[in-house]
Design a protein around this ligand. Structure first.
Ligand code: HEC
Ligand SMILES: [Cu+2]
Length: 373
């Protein structure tokens, strides 16, 4: 009696399964994945995943294989006798207790090794300190060594340990850059740390908030821009400068005026305009007080001193496509203009509550904000 009597069906089933798995793989195109690690922390985490996947696959194939084989090979056939009736078998019981226990110990070993690998950065390496301040719903990054505050983009040098202090004064968020490091909760009143290192310069990775934190949780993204160390230093130097003052009479200068008149300063700090130093916006305990505001150096919205150099708007809900924002008479594809036109329509519930702006004001504000490189 052959094992499978109707071989043809199986021949059909196998390619269908393989093809559908190829289709599903295509779904992941372009989105960040933990199985493309780009630094030691993500590498170690991926190692644990792969080890467990291999062990689990072997167990799955063995168990299901024996099961399917037995179902077919020993199925009831017409006229077959009643099988021998058994009860209990000490050897089998011991085997299927001891073998899984050993397998789980191996999994535990890999996990514990992984935990130690990602817990603390290797000693004696050059380190960049960053404070990530999780807002509802955008990320602010403060660089204490350089006294820089930025939002949406975490710029880091390659091959350098980046030690991120995670701070929230609102709800629990979670810091996650799938290709660089796993998730770490950002808990009010409990400042966690997360380190990572990026292997390759000139790459950008997507960061995500991985803990539901309100309606716009999914639009709380950021990118990690990895530079050569020289480019990183040049970037810090630019970011340390006060905002460029627009040429008198220019469209941007009119925008700067609108920025004052339309009340933008109530929520946004610009160094050289309404604040003297970015330090004011760093997570400082004064900002946890219920009535904290610009007077205490605490702003509701992102610091805009160098907004023009960033590639995300409002937690990545839009891309800052500066190239489409150059012609004041044609801003239909300019995302910044869209944002200023209707921030609540684009990101409902966010904290930027403003009255409507005229098209002219938007043209001027776009010219101004995009000039803040
Ligand atoms: C009541 C506070 C408030 C006022 C007033 C306000 N904003 Fe905002 N703004 C915010 C907040 C909060 C965000 C971030 C929203 C988010 O991502 O959830 C933001 C985001 C932005 C961004 C995107 C910045 C980035 O890095 O992602 C720009 C640009 C901006 N605002 C410009 C303006 C301009 C121009 C005005 C004046 C017309 C203004 N804002 C008035 C609170 C405010
Ligand atoms: Cu969040």
């Amino acid at each position: 009696m052959p094992l499978f009597r109707r071989t043809k069906r199986w021949l059909l089933l196998v390619p269908v399964m393989l093809l559908s798995s190829i289709l599903l793989v295509a779904c992941g195109e372009g989105s960040p994945s933990i199985i493309n690690p780009a630094g030691p922390v993500a590498n170690s985490e991926n190692g644990v995943f792969v080890a467990i996947l291999i062990i689990a696959t072997i167990v799955f194939v063995a168990v299901e294989g024996i099961l399917i084989f037995s179902m077919i090979r020993f199925r009831e056939r017409p006229g077959s006798p009643t099988p021998k009736q058994l009860h209990g078998n000490t050897k089998v019981e011991v085997a299927w207790t001891v073998i899984p226990a050993l397998i789980l110990f191996i999994v535990l070993g890999y996990t514990i090794r992984g935990l130690f690998e990602v817990a603390t950065p290797p000693a004696g390496e050059k380190t960049l300190e960053v404070t990530a301040f999780a807002h509802q719903w955008w990320w602010e990054f403060y660089y204490p060594e350089y006294n820089i505050t930025t939002a949406d983009s975490l710029v880091v040098p390659a091959n350098t340990v980046v030690n991120v202090s995670l701070y929230s004064n609102n709800v629990i968020h979670s810091f996650w850059v799938p290709e660089l490091t796993g998730k770490t909760d950002v808990v009010p009143g409990h400042n966690n740390q997360r380190w990572f290192k990026a292997d390759t310069p000139n790459k950008t990775y997507l960061g995500i908030c991985a803990e539901y934190c309100g309606t716009q949780h999914a639009n709380m993204r950021f990118n990690v821009v990895v530079d050569e160390s020289n480019d990183f230093l040049a970037w810090t130097h630019t970011q340390q400068q006060a905002a460029v003052a627009p040429a008198a009479g220019s469209m941007a200068a009119k925008g700067a005026q609108v920025f004052k008149d339309a009340g933008c300063q109530a929520c946004h700090g610009i160094v050289g305009v309404d604040i003297t130093s970015t330090k004011a916006t760093n997570p400082n305990p004064a900002c946890d007080a219920p009535n904290a505001g610009p007077a205490q150096g605490c702003f509701t919205g992102p610091n805009l001193t160098h907004f023009g150099s960033r590639n995300f708007i409002a937690g990545g809900v839009l891309e800052n496509n500066s190239a489409q924002c150059q012609d004041p008479n044609n801003l239909k594809d300019c995302n910044l203009a869209k944002w200023l036109h209707d921030p609540q329509g684009i990101k409902p519930g966010n904290d930027m509550a403003i009255g409507p702006l005229t098209d002219e004001q938007i043209q001027q504000l776009v010219a101004y904000l995009e000039s803040l490189k």
